[in-house]
Write a protein that binds this ligand. Structure first.
Ligand code: UDP
Length: 237
């Protein structure tokens, strides 16, 4: 059946379409922090994140990164390929911030010589715990070869995104990716890439242009998401 809601997450709803294997993702205006513990609605957030994600996935596709993205079909909606989501959050870090700064007891802003890739187990009840490769295998989320594929893809995405954001005066501090398996079992990029899932700092002013303005109550979310969108629209056609 088409137009059936099959999943509702914190920031998106997924619906079936007439076409087998194709879903419609609708971006919501909700912002959550503290694993859903804090929630607020920002009118217009959904359309900004949908457009930002669509631009970025188009850019990545043009640079050889396979993903679930098909096309943006409205302000808040996009068509995506149905994949079996791997229950991991793959985080890539270029600059120390957020939970890692806290865990290591060092100030935010320290640049890394080489990027760090981390895995978190996607499980709301457990607050998405940090896990290592052995845990990933134990959980049955991926085998060793797939772990290497995930890391290579994540680092490849990082290179492409660092280049893109650098062009628009933004430092890509860190970000979270999710991956899925397509009908052939191949691992492809999924979910979204937006200021909800990345830390983005203005290169010159160091201003935060991402969800930290909401998490830390330090600015207007819509204003900074617009800034990211406007800059991206200048370079991604
Ligand atoms: N992130 C995300 N979803 C999550 C957790 C983290 O998109 O559930 C992103 C976050 O926006 C940041 C990066 O992953 O860009 C690293 O987040 P971190 O581990 O520092 O956690 P946080 O400080 O967000 O708790």
């Amino acid at each position: 059946m088409a137009n059936e809601l099959i999943y509702e997450g914190k920031a998106k709803e997924l619906f079936t379409t007439e076409k087998e294997g194709v879903l419609r993702a609708k971006y919501k205006d909700d912002a959550t922090a503290l694993n859903g513990g804090r929630k607020e609605v920002f009118a217009g957030k959904g359309k900004r994140n949908n457009t930002i994600t669509s631009l970025i996935f188009r850019y990545l596709k043009a640079h050889g990164i396979p993903s679930h993205f098909i096309e943006q079909i409205s302000e808040t909606e996009q068509l995506i390929r149905k994949v079996e989501i791997i229950p991991l959050e793959v985080v890539v870090r270029n600059v120390l911030a957020g939970s890692l700064a806290k865990r290591l007891g060092r100030p935010e802003g320290e640049k890394m010589d080489t990027p760090i890739v981390e895995f978190y187990f996607k499980n709301d009840a457990l607050d998405d715990p940090f896990i290592n490769d052995d845990h990933v295998v134990f959980l049955g989320a991926c085998d060793r070869k797939e772990i290497e594929t995930l890391k290579a893809l994540a680092l490849n995405v990082n290179e492409k995104l660092q280049e893109l954001f650098s062009e628009i005066g933004i430092t890509l501090v860190d970000f979270k990716l999710e991956f899925g398996r397509d009908e052939t079992g191949a691992i492809i990029l999924a979910d979204e890439i937006s200021p909800d899932t990345c830390r983005l700092w203005d290169k010159e002013t160091k201003e935060k242009l991402d969800k930290d303005v909401f998490r830390r109550n330090i600015g207007n979310l819509i204003t900074v998401y617009d800034e990211v969108l406007n800059r991206l629209m200048e370079v991604v056609k």
